[in-house]
Design a binder for this molecule. Structure first.
Ligand code: CA
Length: 234
């Protein structure tokens, strides 16, 4: 089941489309003008947008441009004007597909189905790509995409920042990072923090991932500089 946003100011057409999509088992969100459309897209995070071009307040082309700026959601444009089609399908506004009015509901459903199928394939492909990123160091396995860490057969429970720090260091094995650099990369550029924040997180991490946290081998301290992941033996 997908969530589909319908943006159409003609009530009769809007409810016909909504009815058909619900019959296909989809969840439907509706908007009657451009402003509502943008608000609904942000709050409902639809899987697909069916967007009419001639709309009150903000027109469909502008809505499409802004949506594209914010997300990669597939957009199917409805237009009564065939002279708009060039703009729509071109890079200018970034719609994925279009239909000119009048169209049959059957045709619209077929188009929606095809777009959702493409979307599912893209999502599957990107999951497959991500799952390849599992970092193994000794008996420690860091599954970056699922944000899970295991030691042998035991799942370790890390806090979000502990995980981010571990994943960052583990992606650059053997490289030494200063506390400042780690703050910037893991906590973010605008984070104004105490470098001791890093020390505290390293200490917590060691207690969770090192077999013997007083003899840290995975998260090494490099005296006077900072930290390094898995120097020797991993
Ligand atoms: Ca319209």
């Amino acid at each position: 089941m997908s969530t589909i946003l319908i943006v159409e100011d003609e009530p009769a057409l809007r409810s016909t489309i909504a009815y058909q999509l619900r019959r296909e088992g989809h969840q439907v969100v509706i908007a009657g003008d451009g402003e509502q459309a943008l608000a609904a897209a942000r709050s409902a995070r639809p899987d697909l947008v069916v967007l009419d071009l001639m709309l009150p307040k903000i027109d469909g082309l502008e809505v499409c441009r802004r949506l594209r700026h914010e997300s990669t959601v597939p957009i199917l444009i409805l237009t009564a004007r065939s002279d708009e089609v060039d703009k729509v399908v071109g890079l200018e506004v970034g719609a994925d597909d279009y239909m000119t009015k009048p169209f049959s509901m059957r045709e619209l459903m077929a188009r929606v189905k095809a777009m959702l199928r493409r979307l599912a394939m893209v999502r599957q492909a990107s999951v497959a790509e991500d799952t390849e990123e599992v970092i193994v160091a000794g008996d420690l396995q860091i599954d970056v995409s699922r944000r899970r860490v295991r030691r042998g057969r035991h799942e370790l429970h890390l806090k979000p920042k502990e995980f981010d720090l571990l994943a960052f260091l583990a992606r650059h094995p053997g490289r030494v990072f200063t506390r400042g650099h780690l703050l910037e990369r893991v906590w973010g550029y605008d984070y104004i923090g105490d470098p001791r924040t890093v020390d505290v997180h390293v200490r917590w991490l060691r207690q969770k991932i090192e077999p013997d946290s007083s003899d840290a081998r995975l998260l090494e301290t490099v005296r006077g500089i900072g930290y390094r992941f898995g120097g020797a033996g991993s």
